[in-house]
Design a protein around this ligand. Structure first.
Ligand SMILES: Cc1cc2nc3c(=O)[nH]c(=O)nc-3n(C[C@H](O)[C@H](O)[C@H](O)COP(=O)(O)OP(=O)(O)OC[C@H]3O[C@@H](n4cnc5c(N)ncnc54)[C@H](O)[C@@H]3O)c2cc1C
Length: 322
């Protein structure tokens, strides 16, 4: 089958890899160069975790873990660094421990100070050992191996794309592109800010969460040491209008980082932006309309699932549309 994938972010790359493996004739159309920083997939690391409070995400993350490991074996690349996630929450009820128990996922009560981390008195702290980071850039490049990518090609109308199936993996540009064909993608694009600090964390990832999800997070970065951000703090924005990091958000991240990592220099060494394409309940949109397959797995937590999302896109692409 001749498949065109719009977008060479992690979703388009994973989809193309899976489609090519099944023998399909696939090409990616990408509007920028491969390592551009204007979408959602750039950078060196993303959190990988099984620690969710909803069992379906835990199951999907487990499936993804097996798929990442299979990809590593096949390509000889190290893509996951799993030396643990420290999850902090005001109460045990806010933490993921009950769901992890129900799903049979290992975790242990943790002492944050053992990792040089300070948490408020009385907070719940758990270590989920099978968690850490995905090497984001490396993962994207591995998926693109052997794939035909046409860079500098911006698809203005899906009607003009010559293919039997068109996978729209266009991140924060997807909603407007799909609107041209009458498909309503219910997402909001927000420009998020992250900051980097010179600090080698003793655990790969740290998150503060409450009953509703993640609030703040920090993870290992192989250039600066630590990358940190505030989940869903960005304002709605247009990805075609570039803008720099939000200064107030950088200051808020620096304050949180100073509180959690008392030994670190709280002066950020770098900051950047990254787009979230958010649904109201943080779910993903994976659906087919005629020859168009819509793939919008973001809401700020989609990277870790890329290999399983790639497989789902193959299933959608090869199943006759209703
Ligand atoms: C700050 C931040 C932190 C995150 N942290 C985590 C984390 O810790 N763990 C995790 O699992 N996930 C995380 N995520 C989410 C994850 O990064 C995203 O789910 C994922 O990168 C989405 O990738 P994508 O390929 O769907 O979109 P994108 O990366 O945006 O890719 C879309 C691509 O399509 C191209 N394109 C768009 N329109 C066109 C067109 N018309 N013609 C041609 N090309 C086009 C774009 O140029 C772009 O390259 C985070 C995201 C952000 C922003």
């Amino acid at each position: 089958m001749r498949v065109a994938v719009v977008g060479a972010g992690i979703t388009g790359a994973a989809a193309a890899w899976a489609l090519a493996r099944d023998g399909h004739d696939v090409r990616i159309l990408e509007q920028f160069e491969l390592d551009h920083g204007r979408g959602s997939s750039h950078g060196r690391s993303r959190i990988f975790r099984l620690a969710y409070t909803e069992p379906h995400w835990v199951r999907l993350a487990r499936e993804a873990l097996a798929a990442w490991r299979a990809l590593e074996r096949e390509t000889g690349e190290t893509l996951l660094e799993l030396d643990g996630l420290l999850e902090l929450a005001p109460t045990e009820l806010d933490s993921s421990r009950e769901t992890l128990d129900a799903c049979g996922v290992a975790w242990e009560p943790a002492k944050p100070e053992r990792y040089g981390i300070a948490a408020p008195d009385g907070w719940s702290a758990l270590l989920q050992p099978e968690a850490g980071i995905v090497r984001a850039d490396a993962a994207r490049r591995v998926f693109l191996r052997g794939i035909r990518v046409e860079t500098g090609v911006r698809v203005e109308s899906l009607d003009d794309v010559d293919a039997e199936v068109v996978v729209v993996a266009a991140g924060p540009w997807a909603r407007r592109l799909l609107a041209g064909t009458g498909i309503d993608l219910a997402v909001t694009e927000t420009r998020e800010t992250i900051a980097y600090f010179r600090h080698e964390p003793a655990v790969a990832a740290v998150v503060d969460r409450d009953a509703h999800g993640h609030l703040k997070y920090a993870l290992r970065d192989h250039v600066h040491g630590l990358k940190a951000g505030t989940h869903m703090s960005g304002a709605p924005a247009d990805p075609d209008e570039p803008a720099g990091p939000d200064e107030a958000t950088v200051s808020a991240i620096a304050r949180w980082v100073a509180e959690r990592f008392p030994s670190l220099d709280p002066q950020p060494v770098a900051a950047e932006t990254c787009f979230y394409t958010r649904t109201a309940d943080e779910s993903f949109v994976l659906e087919r309309h005629g020859r168009i397959v819509v793939a919008s797995p973001c809401s700020g937590h989609g990277f870790k699932f890329a290999p399983v999302v790639g497989r789902r896109i193959v299933e959608l692409s090869t199943t006759a549309s209703g």
